[in-house]
Ligand binder design. Structure first.
Ligand SMILES: [Zn+2]
Length: 264
């Protein structure tokens, strides 16, 4: 996979404060964002970047709090979100993911497989604070979960929502993703009560930004469907995806055949 070629060099990390007890550890485009919930009894993370980022990620958390990391919730199986899992597990951290993400990791013998798998909904309580995990269906993969921090009204969305021009919609069909079901999955997540969103990649965003992205997921598949109905060639469709939807090499590699088949 193209993903495995990335993450050979550590990314430059920076921390953004979202609320008194909630932070985003951010970087340029790849790897994925990390969300940090700080409690008196320890720290909960959502996603832990590539393996090569582990030491810097732990150092960044230490700047926020001396408390130990207790849980990592993996939003999906991709290595730019789960690469730190094995090193975290050596630190006695418990990794939580969806049942589908766990299966994807088992199938590909990916390291850092979850200790705990969730089917639809789970609540993690740590130091009196709550993180709620929800699975709403297929989107970027077949195993994407979102994590709600109800007290701070913040959602960690994983890659079902990426923010900014450089991070167009990417459907990993080999990982069970679906451009067609993506919109409904986002509609499920949009029903949750939150104001700010940590996207899978990109800067901290508002709920309205996620709604705009949701509308793009609908427009994208309708566009591909219409172009196919008009008997446009693969090259003509690719040109539209590149120009209007900012598709890059990775999108063409992992998403094009799948979306053509799904919207035919
Ligand atoms: Zn991903």
């Amino acid at each position: 996979m193209a993903y495995s070629q990335m993450g050979s060099q550590p990314a430059k990390l920076s921390t953004v404060k979202i609320a008194n007890d909630l932070y985003m550890i951010h970087n340029d485009i790849v790897p994925g964002n990390t969300t940090v919930l700080v409690t008196d009894e320890g720290v909960l993370l959502v996603d832990d970047k590539f393996a090569v980022d582990h030491d810097n990620l732990v150092a960044e958390v230490k700047k926020i709090t001396p408390k130990p990391i207790k849980y990592v919730i993996s939003t999906h199986h991709h290595a730019d979100h789960t690469g730190g899992n094995p090193a975290m597990q050596k630190m006695d951290v418990k990794v939580i993911a969806s049942e589908q993400a766990r299966q994807n990791m088992l199938d590909s013998k990916q390291p850092g497989q979850p200790d705990i798998a969730v089917e639809h909904h789970a609540t993690v309580t740590l130091g009196g604070k709550v993180a709620e995990i929800y699975y709403f269906g297929r989107a970027h993969t077949n195993g994407d979960v979102v994590v709600l921090f109800p007290a701070d009204r913040v959602l960690a969305a994983g890659d079902i929502f990426t923010f900014g021009d450089a991070t167009p919609q990417l459907t990993d069909y080999s990982g069970g993703g679906s451009a067609k079901e993506w919109t409904t999955t986002l509609d499920g997540a949009m029903k949750l009560d939150f104001d700010n969103v940590v996207p899978g990649h990109g800067n901290l965003a508002k709920k309205a930004d996620m709604k705009a992205f949701r509308d793009v997921t609908l427009k994208l598949r309708n566009t591909v469907h219409d172009l196919q109905a008009q008997k446009k060639s693969r090259t003509e469709i690719s040109d539209v995806l590149k120009k209007d939807y900012k598709w890059g090499d990775l999108q063409f590699l992992v998403s094009l055949d799948g979306i053509l088949a799904e919207t035919r």
